[in-house]
Design a protein around this ligand. Structure first.
Ligand SMILES: [Zn+2]
Ligand SMILES: [Zn+2]
Length: 970
């Protein structure tokens, strides 16, 4: 395949205030004005009153004096529900999916009923600021929050699968933390005019209390509600968290503001209710189970436990359970002390507690991480080294390492194949459990390979990287938090492996710190170079009239180049056929006639709603009003547009072919269409084989030749999503309420604003030039289409003909003949190498045997000093014994001076270099040793030096004699 390199562009990042910093900043103001920020009337209606918690100083609402603290387990001291079922749990055990059903019933029949909608994919393709959905509201940010886009229902409820990677330290212990969990969401978007069906804070509290009291039958005095502040996703608002017997069940967020990276607030035009309820907590609370993990993992738990037979004494969990609320690594300053407190509360030693709990905790970690990985990969993400993919890699590798540490792989099966097969069954079990809620998952044939490949990578890279961390630890005698993070994020080691090889305990706040560092970085806002907000929108003629290349338009505005205000060469028209660079497609070029003068249009960009035409030179009249309103005539370079259009259209076709050949997990990760060629980046877990490349090319051309119509239309965004799913967003985020949907009949549907052919046959032959793995999990395919394919083909044909002439063989014999030449050449090189070594050996033996010469000078036929470096060490001992020296000089294209002396340790390399450079400019010093290890014996006071650069034999000889290093040549 072709050999060319391309630079991958990177996004710039800026520091922003973290949600935690935002909350601290606004807390005092909110606490002072409860009537302004909190729904105080509804609390009174339900008989709740406001108090300040004596422990944490937060304000909270309670039903009876019995609740003398805010109700947070941190203030109560423990979970008080463990071992004591409450509400409907007193009669019957509540299941995980039963919790959703109970909730759904209550909210779909509320005074202002909510509509239950399906979950969104956990991979947030509709957003460019986050990788994954970490809360239900992510599904509707940012466009539903700003009113640009209508939500699928309003108000709505949803059982959204979410992932979070900052709490990994706590998983398996606290019962509250998961990497993958279901957040029950309630969203109400208060757009103007929707007051009769949407609701804000007062009614929100009412409906939630109704659910707790009537739906779950929880006594009023077991509930407390705490006033707090919520911040995230660029928004801020007040919130009320509700607790039942020490456990936070839900958080009602009343989003009122958006904030800037520096923390400044701005009123939201549309206020939004966002309630998040951890579904895992409901059966746990209602049943009074020792830990939530016991209620959440059903079939998967039974399956794994049957294989592993982990000692899960519920007795110790029943005792520790109430206190696990304290084992939260990111809230506790000293985890060792916390453990001591927990242990003494139940009359045990820390050792006893940890011993009993660790294997069970590990079991829960395996269950949690595999479930999260299942949904992530099912929804189209892949493990990799970068971005969100690195989170998936982390959790999968953590599972591998935990399984190894506990000897669980062996329990899964006798052979490696059996172990992997049974491990993969665990994912099937999770799927069965989740299907009770979500319905059938689509079939995903390559899922198993993704996990297997990840396992192979883990077991091979692990060893090399393990050595690296051990070396680093031995050298520094300690590892900083930063060392841990580098080893995990850049070397792909799991923390458990680092613990295993260094014996160091894992820092308690490790994962939290890792997430925090990521959160500190946010994408920089784009620089605004031209102000177009108040200029009328340019009508895009290239959509409706895509074969129109010649047009007339009126000038709307003239801009000067922002880098050079003298250069007034930017023209905005009322309408244009010029396509501006966007969606990875290069801009059109052409000619524009203004005031009777012809200008070349050299670049076209889009700023806001306007198309900016950049001319090759400044317009002469300094007065804009002279031009505004004038008619211009312009012509687009038709041939260039056709090539770009073909390359663009072929990107859709190649993408469809990739999905057909590789599987439905393939997503577009980026694309670029230039005149020379196009490239497409796809997500895939392994490099492409030559067979796969050929198959993709074949299928792409089948699509071309089957003459499929390509339909382009503007449609309502919500409807398009409903019809085609999130697969639409291959090309990235599209703001606004309408989408331009490009539909290649029965082949590919995408939201896309580029220029496309009307039929696939117009694209012409597609040729894949090469494929590259540009990062872990991302494959780049380079290809050409139509005219460019023919040009490529003819260059390649010329190379073939030239080769045939050189070898004087038929085309069909070209490969075998080339192979023969290649093999012969390699044999020749080998033979040459051993012959040269023999000659050098003889030369040295002769020189060492004769007493006549002490230090000599040899003209070499080698082009580099490589041979002497690898071979001369063999003679250094004999040279030392005999007190002899030798210098080789190569006069070739590269040139070198290599010397080896048995008795010269006072050699002044600087002085020699200066002498050399006088007569041989460009020579540089390479290496000088006064101690050489030969045959495992170290010899001091000897000399080996090397200089490289074009040198002249006679001149070097003169310098060496001047320095007194040698007397004569051989
Ligand atoms: Zn409190
Ligand atoms: Zn397109």
């Amino acid at each position: 395949m072709e050999n060319f390199e391309e630079k991958v562009e990177e996004a710039t990042l800026v520091a922003a205030k973290t949600p935690k910093e935002m909350k601290a900043m606004y807390r005092p103001e909110f606490q002072k004005n409860p009537q302004k920020y909190y729904p105080t009337q509804v609390f009174a209606k339900f008989g709740y009153s406001r108090h300040q918690c004596p422990k944490c100083q937060n304000f909270y609402w309670r039903f009876s004096e019995k609740q003398d603290t805010c109700g947070d387990s941190a203030c109560v001291g423990k979970y008080t529900f463990i071992g004591e079922p409450t509400g409907i749990g007193k009669e019957e055990k509540l299941t995980y999916d039963g919790a959703w059903k109970n909730f759904e019933k209550s909210f779909t029949s509320a005074r202002k009923p909510c509509t239950a909608i399906k979950r969104y994919p956990v991979v947030a393709r509709w957003r460019n600021d986050v990788d994954f959905v970490a809360a239900g509201i992510y599904c509707f940010q940012p466009y539903c929050m700003t009113g640009e886009l209508q939500p699928p229902a309003n108000p709505l409820i949803q059982p959204q699968f979410c992932v979070r990677f900052n709490d990994l330290d706590n998983i398996g212990l606290t019962g509250r933390h998961y990497s993958g969990f279901i957040m029950i969401g309630i969203q109400s978007f208060c757009y103007p005019g929707t007051e009769d069906k949407t609701f804000f804070s007062e009614e929100c509290v009412e409906f939630n209390l109704n659910w707790l009291i009537d739906g779950l039958k929880i006594p009023k005095d077991e509930i407390t509600l705490i006033e707090d502040i919520w911040s995230g996703g660029g928004n801020l608002g007040s919130c009320v968290e509700y607790f039942v017997k020490g456990l936070e069940v839900g958080n009602m967020v009343f989003t009122m503001y958006k904030y800037y990276p520096d923390g400044k607030l701005e009123d939201l035009e549309i206020k939004v209710i966002d309630v998040g309820i951890g579904m895992e907590r409901i059966p746990w609370l209602i049943n009074g189970t020792p830990t939530s993990y016991m209620d959440v993992f059903d079939t998967s738990y039974k399956y794994l436990q049957e294989k592993l037979q982990v000692e899960t004494s519920t007795e110790i969990w029943k005792q520790i359970g109430p206190y696990t609320c304290h084992l939260n690594a990111d809230e506790s300053d000293d985890m060792e002390k916390t453990w001591q407190m927990v242990a003494s509360s139940i009359g045990k030693t820390v050792q006893e507690c940890k011993q009993a709990i660790t294997p069970v905790k590990d079991l829960y970690i395996v269950l949690d991480h595999t479930r999260a990985a299942l949904v992530l990969i099912q929804d189209g993400a892949l493990p990799s080294n970068t971005g969100g993919g690195s989170n998936i890699r982390n959790i999968i590798r953590r599972v591998f390492a935990i399984m190894k540490k506990n000897g669980w792989w062996d329990k899964l099966g006798k052979t490696k194949e059996e172990q992997m097969k049974n491990f993969l069954t665990l994912f099937d079990m999770h799927q069965q459990d989740l299907e009770k809620l979500y319905g059938k998952f689509p079939e995903y044939k390559s899922f198993g390979s993704i996990i297997e490949i990840e396992y192979e990578k883990w077991s091979s890279t692990d060893k090399a990287q393990q050595k690296k961390i051990v070396d680093s630890f031995n050298k520094k005698k300690a590892l900083t938090l930063n060392d841990w993070i580098v080893a995990i994020e850049s070397w792909g080691l799991s923390p458990d492996t680092i613990t295993e090889v260094t014996g160091l305990p894992q820092p308690d706040n490790l994962y939290n710190e890792m997430e925090l560092r990521k959160m500190k970085l946010t994408k920089a806002p784009e620089q605004i170079l031209y102000q177009t907000a108040n200029i009328q929108e340019t009508v895009h003629l290239f959509y409706e009239h895509q074969n129109k290349f010649d047009f007339e338009a009126k000038i709307v505005e003239i801009f000067a180049d922002y880098k050079n205000v003298e250069n007034r060469n930017i023209v905005i028209l009322d309408q244009s056929c010029f396509y501006p660079t966007s969606g990875g497609q290069q801009n059109d070029i052409g000619v524009m006639t203004v005031d009777g003068q012809k200008y070349n249009v050299v670049d076209v960009i889009k700023v806001g709603k306007c198309v900016l035409h950049i001319l090759d030179r400044s317009l002469p009249n300094p007065d804009n009003s002279h031009y505004i309103g004038q008619k211009v005539h312009a012509v687009v370079d038709e041939n260039r547009r056709k090539i770009l259009r073909n390359h663009h259209t072929s990107t859709h076709i190649v993408f469809a072919a990739c999905r057909q050949v590789l599987g439905p997990h393939v997503w577009q990760n980026g694309a670029k269409k230039t005149v020379d060629m196009a490239h497409l980046d796809i997500t895939h877990y392994a490099s492409l084989t030559e067979e796969q490349e050929m198959e993709i090319e074949k299928i792409a051309n089948t699509i071309v030749f089957s003459s499929k119509n390509i339909n382009k239309e503007f449609v309502n965004k919500a409807e398009a999503e409903k019809e085609h799913g999130f697969r639409l967003y291959q090309g990235g985020v599209v703001p606004g309420d309408t989408l331009r949907v490009v539909n290649i009949e029965g082949t590919d549907v995408e939201a896309c604003c580029g220029t496309h052919c009307d039929n696939t046959s117009e694209v012409g032959i597609i040729r894949i030039l090469k494929t590259n793995r540009i990062s872990d999990g991302i494959i780049r395919l380079y290809f050409v289409a139509g005219e460019r394919s023919l040009q490529k083909l003819s260059t390649q044909t010329k190379v073939l003909v030239d080769l045939q002439n050189i070898f004087k063989v038929k085309e069909s014999d070209l490969v075998s003949t080339s192979l023969k030449f290649f093999t012969e050449r390699n044999k020749f090189i080998e033979r040459h190498k051993s012959a040269t070594q023999k000659v050098l050996n003889l030369q040295m033996e002769l020189f060492l045997a004769k007493d006549k010469y002490k230090n000599i000078f040899v003209k070499s036929t080698e082009s580099e000093a490589t041979l002497y470096f690898s071979f001369m060490g063999n003679f250094i001992k004999a040279q030392k014994d005999a007190g002899k020296g030798i210098v080789f000089v190569g006069e070739g294209e590269k040139g070198f001076v290599f010397g080896q002396f048995g008795n010269k340790s006072d050699f002044d390399q600087e002085k020699f270099l200066a002498l050399l450079q006088e007569d041989n400019p460009g020579v540089t010093y390479k290496k000088c040793l006064t101690s050489i290890t030969a045959n495992k014996v170290k010899l001091d006071n000897v000399l080996q030096f090397s200089f490289s650069g074009k040198v002249k034999y006679e001149k070097v000889k003169k310098d060496l004699i001047t320095l007194g290093l040698i007397e004569a040549d051989l």
